[in-house]
Design a binder for this molecule. Structure first.
Ligand SMILES: [Zn+2]
Length: 276
């Protein structure tokens, strides 16, 4: 090596007084030159501890809690890792879902206290609950929502299997959270649970539409349709709860399996990455 950085440059580097460009060039030299490296003082203990922490991260990645839980319930490890990385199941999403449910429950309890009919008080909750899994599906899998998409797009799990698997996980999570919130609602328990069938039907519809359009587009269209359907009750039949009536529930119960059958038949078109 014919060139070495002048001593004052190395000194200023050690004091952290160099701009980023000079820092990088000094560092790239130090990496290759033991003589100059010896001139830079360092704390041996700190360096050892630092390396240990890096090795700990690189060599022994700690499994996330969700992965460990899924494995305990018999899910194969590669599937568990994939599910735990679902963007729509990240901690922020779960907190947001819990927040929406908490607000809806609080609103229902407050308006029931104010003397509104228990049925009317439930409406915000009933309208919001089916939208939660729907929003989760939009952010479950795909080029635009999953930072690890490119990585696993080349794996055998990619494509429709991945989307369906994650959609199922998102649905289970949303249903579990909403189900946990339901007993906290005022009013008749039967009505409080009226969100379940619309949630299943809308999820199935989102997947069915995703065989044609990108999941976020399908989900946005369905969210608009759902809001329209709920608003149609008071407009057409002056019944605020028309979208949750027994007749409507029967419709959801019929639609969900039919749509899921359609999804299964058209599953090969469910890869949101390659075709759009
Ligand atoms: Zn040197």
């Amino acid at each position: 090596m014919t060139w070495h950085p002048p001593r004052d440059l190395v000194e200023r580097y050690a004091q952290g007084r160099l701009d980023p460009v000079l820092t990088m060039s000094v560092e790239s030299h130090l990496a290759r030159c033991p003589a100059c490296r010896a001139a830079v003082p360092y704390e041996e203990e700190w360096l050892t501890a630092s390396w240990e922490r890096i090795e700990d991260l690189v060599d022994r990645p700690r499994q996330r809690l969700a992965t460990r839980l899924l494995c305990r319930f018999g899910v194969p490890e590669h599937v568990a890792v994939f599910l735990a990385a679902t963007p729509a199941l990240a901690r922020g999403w779960l907190v947001a879902m819990a927040g929406v449910l908490g607000f809806a429950v609080a609103a229902a309890r407050l308006s029931a206290q104010d003397g509104a009919g228990a049925a009317d008080a439930l409406i915000p909750f009933l309208v919001a609950a089916p939208l939660l899994p729907l929003a989760g599906i939009a952010a479950a899998y795909g080029r635009h929502v999953d930072p690890a998409y490119e990585l696993q797009a080349a794996t055998p799990l990619a494509g429709w299997r991945a989307l369906l698997l994650r959609a199922l996980a998102v649905l289970c999570c949303a249903v579990a959270l909403t189900g946990a919130a339901t007993p906290l609602l005022p009013g008749p328990p039967g009505l409080a649970a009226a969100w379940l069938l619309p949630a299943l039907a809308l999820t199935a519809a989102a997947l069915a539409l995703s065989t044609r359009f990108a999941p976020p587009v399908s989900v946005a269209a369905l969210a608009a349709a759902w809001s329209g359907a709920v608003a149609a009750g008071p407009l057409l039949a002056s019944d605020l709860l028309l979208a949750f009536s027994p007749g409507a529930q029967a419709l959801y119960a019929l639609a969900a399996p039919a749509l899921l059958a359609l999804v299964y038949l058209r599953r090969a078109r469910l890869d949101p990455g390659e075709t759009r």
